[in-house]
Structure formats: C-alpha cells, structure tokens
Design a protein around this ligand. Structure first.
Ligand code: SF4
Length: 72
C-alpha cells in the first residue's frame, strides 16, 4: 500500500457516498464534541486505509460530490 487516503473533514458534507462505495475503508463518524456546536456533525473518516485496492478508493474519491478525499 503506497498511498494513504484521507478525508478533509471541513469539506465533507456527510453524504455517505464514500462509505457506500468503499465501506472497507470509510465510515461515518459522529463527533460528540462538535455536534454540540453544530447540532449535527456527520462526517466520513478513514478507519482502515489499507482495506481496499487503490482503484476502489479512487472510485470513492471520484464520486465524492465535494471532492474531499485525497491521498496524503
Ligand atoms: S463522499 Fe465525500 S462528502 Fe460524501 S461522506 Fe464521503 S467524504 Fe464526505
């Protein structure tokens, strides 16, 4: 695994597309601390960077409406 995917949380709109395309790598995370400020904080996160082939991760990237998944 040469590259590690990451989600820009500021940019994520919580649409869940990435978790549907690639549930082995992405999951939705409810942030308790931030949910007080915003009422709702439903963001994707990378919990298993090596859980899927790069091509599948790239598919999630390509389908993210906000383009907030990147290689770091
Ligand atoms: S596809 Fe993009 S905007 Fe949608 S939940 Fe995943 S990272 Fe967030």
């Amino acid at each position: 695994m040469a590259r590690i995917p990451a989600v820009d949380r500021e940019c994520c709109i919580g649409c869940e597309v990435c978790t549907q395309i690639c549930p082995e790598v992405f999951r939705m995370c409810e942030d308790e601390q931030h949910s007080h400020a915003h009422g709702h904080d439903h963001k994707a996160e990378v919990y298993n960077p090596a859980g899927a082939p790069e091509a599948k991760i790239e598919q999630a990237m390509d389908n993210c409406p906000s383009a907030c998944i990147y290689w770091r």
